[in-house]
Design a protein. Structure first.
Length: 381
């Protein structure tokens, strides 16, 4: 894998950093939080810059990039703690739609997504899933020729408070944990029986819990094939996982340099804190964890086109390491700041809050460690 960015990738990274620092910095996001974590002006600019279609095929209006371009953008989003639902819409939902193989629906939804006119999100997580991708208890029961009735609950749907439609996973056959028998349905938020409960998370992002009470959908609302939704979810979540890990690198990196600058200006006993050797060693440990995490993201990116088994091995390893390193780096940043680090008004505590939500999103570090152990047992059996 070539670790050097191309000229276009470097330009993308530099331009994204300039825009996000000027428009989406921590100090300027108060009104966005109060508006449900969504700024129409920012979103339209994301579309104009091509970010919403950065890694989508050109046939759907995208720029034809790869997961690497997504990771570059996500890292810059992490540096400024941007709360707009870019990840939920332009990564998880968009890649799930592409992976479904349903060209007709992709052709009707994705160009509007790229233009900033459509805002679909994936409604897949359930309270008892605990990270298991195949766990689905929401049911889809036939209700006459060509119709289905959806019943169930979806939890912590990121961006669900502003989404115009949902990609709902429901079980049409099989047991709750089976990979087969999962079907994806496109459900408009205004359909009778869809009830949303908007929730603000500790990192000031917004999500929604969704109750589906006898929601009527038609055969035309099926995304992909009946019973074949797991493969699309797997690919979409793979892109989403590596994107989250890249964002975590940005969160860690910015927290590290904020702490460095604080230690260079804060004085104790007449000298700056940066002159204390013990604190220098602490900063060195934080830098090492940051760079190790960056390496794990690079490894995961190198497997995005590999077999699902090889890809999942790298993604789980990255999720474990990034989750643990991120909490260490951001936790130590708070410790080195002292009391100011835990105040709501100061930025460093919000880096720790974001890392906490990343650590538990799409399966916790502990869950992915168990997955690694299970894959190793299967390999040596």
């Amino acid at each position: 894998m070539d670790f050097q960015l191309t000229q276009e990738q470097q330009m993308l990274k530099d331009s994204a950093r300039r825009f996000l620092e000027d428009n989406c910095a921590f100090e300027a996001r108060g009104s966005v939080i109060g508006n449900g974590g969504f700024d129409v002006g920012h979103w339209n600019t994301f579309a104009e810059l091509g970010w919403l279609g950065m890694s989508l095929p050109e046939e759907y209006g995208g720029l034809g990039g790869s997961a690497i371009e997504t990771a570059l953008l996500m890292e810059e989003f992490g540096r400024v703690l941007c709360i707009e639902p870019y990840w939920a819409v332009a990564v998880l939902a968009a890649q799930t739609i592409v992976a479904s193989g349903d060209q007709d629906k992709a052709g009707s939804i994705l160009p509007a997504l790229v233009a900033g006119e459509a805002c679909p999100v994936v409604a897949h997580g359930e309270p008892d899933a605990r990270g298991m991708l195949s766990y689905v208890t929401t049911s889809a029961v036939p209700a006459g020729p060509g119709n289905w009735t959806l019943k169930g609950n979806k939890s912590m749907v990121i961006g669900g408070n502003v989404a115009d439609r949902f990609i709902v996973s429901a079980r049409t056959s099989g047991a709750p944990s089976d990979q087969t028998g999962i079907t994806l349905f496109l459900v408009d938020r205004s359909v009778p029986g869809v009830k949303l409960h908007d929730v603000r998370l500790i990192d000031n992002r917004w999500c929604a819990d969704i109750d589906l009470a006898d929601v009527q959908v038609a055969e035309a609302d099926v995304l992909g094939t009946v019973g074949g939704g797991y493969a699309a979810l797997d690919t979409g979540h793979a892109h989403a996982t590596v994107g989250l890990c890249a964002e975590a690198v940005g969160v860690m990196e910015k927290a590290l340099w904020i702490t460095r600058d604080y230690l260079k200006t804060r004085k104790q006993f007449g000298v700056t804190l940066s002159s204390f050797q013990a604190l220098q060693h602490r900063m060195s440990e934080m830098l090492i964890e940051l760079e190790l995490s960056r390496g794990m993201v690079h490894k995961a990116l190198s497997t995005m086109n590999a077999s699902p088994e090889v890809r999942q091995l790298a993604l789980s390893a990255a999720k474990v390491h990034v989750g643990r390193s991120g909490k260490f780096v951001c936790g130590q940043s708070i410790q080195l700041h002292g009391g100011i680090g835990v105040t709501e008004e100061y930025v460093i505590g919000h880096h720790f809050k974001r890392m906490t939500t990343i650590e538990y999103a799409l399966g916790s570090s502990h869950f992915h460690l168990e997955q690694l152990a299970a894959m190793e047992r299967k390999r040596v059996a």
